[in-house]
Design a protein around this ligand. Sequence first.
Ligand code: NDP
Length: 495
Amino acid sequence: MPGTTQHGLFIDGTWESPAGSARFVTRNPATGEELGSFVSGRAEDANRAVAAAARAFPAWRDTPAPKRGELLLRVAEVLRHRKEEIGRVVTMEMGKVIAEGRGDVQEAIDFVEYMAGEGRRLAGETIPSELYRKFCMTVRQPKGVVACITPWNFPTAIPNWKIAAALICGNTVVFKPASNTALCAVEVVRAYEEAGIPAGVLNLVTGPGGVVGNALVSHPKVRAISFTGGVETGRDVYVRGAQQLKMVHLELGGKNPQIVMDDANLPLALEGVLFGAFGTSGQRCTATSRLILHEKVYDEFLAMLLERLAKFRVGDPLDPATDMGPVASADQEKKVLEYIAIAHSEGGRLAFGGKKRTGGAFDRGFFLEPTVFETSHGSRISKEEIFGPVLSVMKARDYEDAVRIANDVDYGLSSSIYTKDVNRAFRAVQELEAGITYVNAPTIGAEVQLPFGGVKNTGNGGREAGSVAIEEFTEIKTVFLDFSNHLQKAQIDPR
Ligand code: NDP
């Protein structure tokens, strides 16, 4: 691969390319251009990274949390300084439009800063004792070596959500990024290196999930795994982690509904669904993939949507005028086109798009049309995660019917309702089965200071981001301090 920059693994504070390692490249999904060459890590590389992280753990654990926070503030500074450059790398490697590429980096900056502040909290509790002169409290302690396994759709934000939260709590990290976005991962790790991360505290091992990810999940010294990706992989990671009683945090898919009631502000709901369904080419776990329209506004709203889509610009994601770039990879393109074929075979009515864009520059990339199917609830496209720019539109008789349809899927990440009726809005907050509900806003739009995660097959109960992010990465120690100078027996001594 002449001309392609070669990147190494980052283990124990050193970039290295182990002798004899195979390599892989990442490519721009809009142009096919090679972006970098990366080490195809082996199990032994993952094991070396875990050993380095284990060695670095005691000193990092003993570093005062506010000092760990100072390092994170420096990371945020580096990312801010390089935001434009890294944002372009995100767009070139993953395909999201440049405003979203910058947004990806901004989310990383926001979260790293937020976690830096957590270094001055990491709060436990004080709880009264039932005995005299006894003081009880809880303190948070790190778990040890943590594996962060991340997807390609938010290639700088999601890694930082995991890495910064793990580090502020005093853990050391082995980071295994999605192979598709290995250059973004290198950029993330460079920011920590430039900020002065001590050797071994953060390690990067690129390479196939089935090899590197597998080795990390199976390694007895890895005490916690934070994973975001597909349901099948997540389930496998969960089962294998459970065999060693590891804490496994999973952030998986979604089939997120936007409900539009008959009293909704329709132009606002239209902006919401365009952003929610086709932002990041529909490749967000919170993407709007179902539009549930009250029957009284069905025809009018669908016509408004189709009119706007006719003007939608698919193309070069680096061009600020582009509304939607390519999907991230050949695999993604194949999967989405398969679902489009399934939708046809199920009798879905294609209302818009449905094809690969071809001709000229389109032939070099994975460009799909924004696609809308009118379908009935129960069809495969209305229930399975597609992870692409395909929106299923369904009709609901009333509020109850809309919520029934919204809830009748295996996932429960994000949800949205557009209505002006405050009672109905609060009912939806109570009744929609999802970790996140938006009222009069699209299903996408996470903010780092709020918990993020879902119910049902979306995960296994944990939440990322917000102050609860530290739950994932800490153990609680309960401390009893007896200053009575007597042996006191709980439950037994006279009261
Ligand atoms: P995967 O779940 O396969 O990949 C996610 C991460 O897990 C990647 O880093 C991957 O590495 C790694 N991995 C793969 N196999 C293993 C394994 N056996 N043990 C440990 N780690 C492993 O997702 P894909 O990228 O293949 O996407 C497939 C589908 O998953 C998408 O179409 C979408 O439906 C869903 N998805 C959901 C996301 C979300 O945000 N919830 C994000 C991305 C995908 P490698 O890249 O080397 O394979």
